[in-house]
Design a protein around this ligand. Sequence first.
Ligand SMILES: [Cu+2]
Length: 145
Amino acid sequence: MRRGGMVIGVLVGVLALAAAGCGGGSDDNAGSASAATAAPQTTSAPSTTAAAAGGGGGEDEVQLVTTDFKFDKTSLKAKAGSQVKVELRNRGKAEHNFTFAEGDANQDVEAGEDATVTFTAPAAGSYGFHCKYHPATMKGTITVT
Ligand SMILES: [Cu+2]
């Protein structure tokens, strides 16, 4: 009887350790995954997620249309610290992408489809964004003030 109790106790301890290890390591992945799957299209109140994110200077939305092989806008503006939601519309026949390294954004958008990605604008300055598949022709500038 006593032996059985001890074995269970050890097992519980091991499980607790495993769970703690998992939680610590995967924070980054969880963050980007939830950003990528954030509700597309709907403009209905994103209050729950916005509250969780907190801080910052509000949220801006920008629509960015991709064709083969360019963005419809090559200069975007943002306020430092604000949440910027980029609605990608791929009207081309190739898969495109929006990469903004300083904002940790890297979002693919399949041909003919839409995708949404949100990033936090960094400190004031001028930064580049691009499509990682066609960086030579598909690129632009984000001016943060
Ligand atoms: Cu592209």
